[in-house]
Design a protein around this ligand. Structure first.
Ligand SMILES: Nc1nc2c(ncn2[C@@H]2O[C@H](COP(=O)(O)OP(=O)(O)OP(=O)(O)O)[C@@H](O)[C@H]2O)c(=O)[nH]1
Ligand SMILES: [Mg+2]
Length: 284
């Protein structure tokens, strides 16, 4: 858990050695919990990536915060990830402390992005001291320091049988990742508010066919956004499709036929029904 854009998803991927959780240079890429499993010899760690802690008041923002709370409630250990190149804002520190206060489990603080020259983790270190939590400096990008974190957290795991088969890497079905990889393409290719205003639904997923047939709908909030996603003569939507399809193919190890269409679902992020369309849980 941690603020937006600090590298939580990149860290999950570094721990797993697989690009499971989508990441982007822009904040608020992750909207839902993403669970990965790392098994080695006698240790299995179920790693849960959560959305960045945001103060936004929209229903989608509140849904994201609920995901963080659910993640905290499930955890046997908590890692607060901070960006070691930035000073955490005081209100963020407070929000994190409130979220942590309900949980009795061991916690650590990790300052990420140690590969950057401007890495200067004094503020993160102070935050760790304030929590009385062990401190780690690491780079999710290069992997430096990630092993030490895994060793430390591994030692905190409860003793018992594995929760998942040793060869499993993820918990969610493949269609979840197909949806996420389409969202990743939106973050890569579309500017401004488009990736934030677009909800993606997998409408069909036929694994029995070769190539695997996947149809997805992209729901924007306004008509003008529809034109931006489609682009001139469909150029943008085609590029999105190619981008997402390649990523899904790599993940599945199979050829994929991906069909995308764009719809307008006015103001879906503010409506319970809108969130439900994409399976996002709305807070009570
Ligand atoms: N230089 C450097 N960049 C990193 C590192 N870890 C992550 N990044 C970059 O930081 C940006 C954000 O990474 P994400 O993994 O998407 O961050 P996040 O915390 O999951 O963000 P949200 O899901 O939006 O809360 C991306 O551009 C990453 O490539 C790191 O160790 N070093
Ligand atoms: Mg993320």
């Amino acid at each position: 858990m941690g603020p937006p854009n600090v590298g939580k998803s990149t860290l999950l991927n570094a721990i797993l050695g697989e690009r499971l959780s989508i990441s982007s240079p822009r904040a608020q890429t992750t909207w839902e919990r993403v669970t990965g499993i790392r098994t080695s010899e006698d240790l299995q760690i179920v790693v849960v990536d959560t959305p960045g802690v945001v103060a936004g008041k929209s229903l989608l923002h509140r849904s994201m915060l609920l995901e963080v709370e659910r993640g905290i409630a499930l955890a046997d250990a908590l890692a607060v990830v901070l960006d070691g190149t930035e000073r955490p804002r005081p209100d963020m520190g407070e929000a994190l402390r409130i979220l942590l206060s309900g949980s009795p489990v061991p916690r650590i603080v990790a300052a990420n992005k140690s590969d950057l020259r401007r890495f200067s983790p004094a503020a993160a270190l102070r935050f760790a001291e304030g929590l009385d939590a062990p401190f780690f400096a690491l780079s999710a990008r290069t992997g430096a320091g990630v092993g030490a974190l895994v060793d430390h957290v591994g030692a905190q795991m409860p003793v018992g049988p594995f929760l998942y088969p040793a060869e499993d890497l993820a918990v969610a079905p493949v269609r979840f990742f197909a949806r996420e990889f389409i969202r990743a393409a939106l973050f890569r290719r579309c500017h401004q508010e488009i990736p934030y205003a677009t909800g993606v639904r997998i409408e069909e997923f036929r694994e029995g066919e070769d190539p695997v047939y996947i149809a997805a709908s992209l729901h924007v909030e306004r008509k003008s956004q529809k034109g931006m996603v489609i682009g001139q003569r469909g150029r943008q939507i085609r590029a999105l499709g190619v981008d997402a399809r390649r990523r899904i193919e790599r993940f599945l190890g199979r050829r994929v036929y991906l069909e995308l269409w764009v719809k307008v679902s006015p103001g879906w992020r503010r409506k319970r029904k809108g969130l439900a369309m994409f399976g996002y849980e709305a807070p009570p």
